[in-house]
Design a binder for this molecule. Structure first.
Ligand code: FA5
Length: 347
């Protein structure tokens, strides 16, 4: 068989193989075997030097022709196999767009955060600024500037965790009063602020007490502020929180930093005052402590108590949340049981 016939036979056999190849891997194998460096065509081209000068160009161009023809066959088959592979994948991996989607779990703000933000919004609407205080506070601001000197017996009601003799974790949000008062510039207008945040006490945890809870402090100072302003403000708050027909009642009380001091009750939002289990059959629910800022507290912050007066209050949003949602144990708010937390979706 002449060299030309051999090449012709190789071409025929290889085209058969290419046609029969069922996947890209096999096709590549054929390409390497036939056209690769060690393949028969390369071998023929390499052996050209042994041919006569007459034969050389003929065989050379014939071998090149065959190589080009086989390369074209392979490319064509490769394209066909690629299309087939793509069609197969499309058929196998088809997506059923009618299947129900996977739901993303969505969190909500904690119920206590919701209540506090609601109260903040009400006060912002009345022109108050929201001030942040420190959870780690000085004895000086937590007690002394609140008219509770070191030996004051009322300190016993608010024992707490001390970091040093002079540093503690605050027992109430009232120290923010002193910190805000001493900075306020009254030539720019009255002081109206609220301050929400965490407070800590050495209280034994039970259904209505937690060693860590929240308070919202309120403070207004200007000339001619009276108890009437306090009552009107708190009534507006309670009506926004618990319904337009709520009333409030002030009872005499005692706080070292206010004089006079009051406990504030709201008419029961469940029974309207007739008596039920929420108000313990009294028609009223105790909701917060308040009073007129004690002149000593004003003077210690450098405010002239002859010229200025003010009111202050401190309420417990945890207790308000309990009342509003009928939660019977304050500890539920802090145990992070999602079955409990999830019930309060907010808006
Ligand atoms: C005070 O802390 C005063 N600083 C409030 C105040 C501010 C009065 C300004 C006058 C002027 P009292 O200890 O009563 O007061 O606490 C205020 C509110 O915090 C209570 O009405 C109650 O709602 C809440 N509270 C008190 N102790 C706890 C506790 N252990 N767990 C949950 N809430 C509590």
């Amino acid at each position: 068989m002449s060299l030309q016939e051999k090449l012709e036979a190789l071409k025929v056999a290889t085209v058969e193989k290419i046609k029969a190849a069922e996947d890209l891997q096999l096709l590549n194998q054929i390409r390497v075997e036939t056209l690769g460096k060690k393949g028969p065509i390369t071998e023929v081209l390499r052996g050209m030097k042994d041919l006569s000068a007459e034969e050389r160009p003929k065989i050379g161009s014939f071998a090149n022709e065959i190589r080009d023809a086989l390369t074209a066959e392979i490319e064509e088959k490769k394209a066909a196999l690629e299309v087939a592979a793509m069609n197969k994948a499309l058929a196998e991996e088809s997506i059923d767009v009618t299947l129900p989607g996977k739901k993303m779990a969505q969190g909500t703000r904690h119920v206590l955060t919701q209540i506090m933000e609601e109260i903040e919004d009400i006060f912002i609407g009345m022109g108050y600024q929201v001030v942040e205080g420190y959870e780690v506070e000085q004895d000086h601001y937590n007690f002394e500037r609140m008219n509770l000197p070191k030996d004051h017996p009322a300190r016993d009601m608010q024992d707490t965790f001390y970091i040093s003799d002079e540093i503690l974790i605050r027992t109430h949000t009232s120290p923010v009063q002193a910190r805000t008062m001493e900075k306020h510039d009254f030539t720019k207008g009255p002081l109206r602020m609220i301050s929400p945040g965490k407070v800590f006490r050495r209280d034994t945890d039970d259904a209505t007490h937690s060693h860590q809870f929240h308070q919202i402090e309120g403070l207004v100072i200007d000339e001619h502020i009276t108890m009437g302003d306090l009552k009107g403000t708190l009534e507006a708050l309670m009506q926004r929180m618990f319904g337009a027909d709520r009333e409030i009642r002030l009872r005499p009380s005692y706080f070292p930093f206010t004089e006079p001091s009051v406990e504030v009750d709201v008419s029961c939002f469940k029974c309207g005052g007739a008596g039920c289990n929420v108000c313990k059959h009294t028609g009223w629910i105790e909701i917060l402590g308040a009073g007129m800022v004690h002149p000593n507290v004003l003077e210690m912050s450098g405010i002239d108590s002859e010229k200025y007066s003010g009111f202050a209050f401190g309420l417990g949003p945890d207790r308000i949340a309990m009342l509003r949602y009928g939660v019977n144990d304050i500890r539920n708010f802090y145990q992070n049981d999602v079955r409990f937390i999830r019930q309060f979706k907010g808006e």
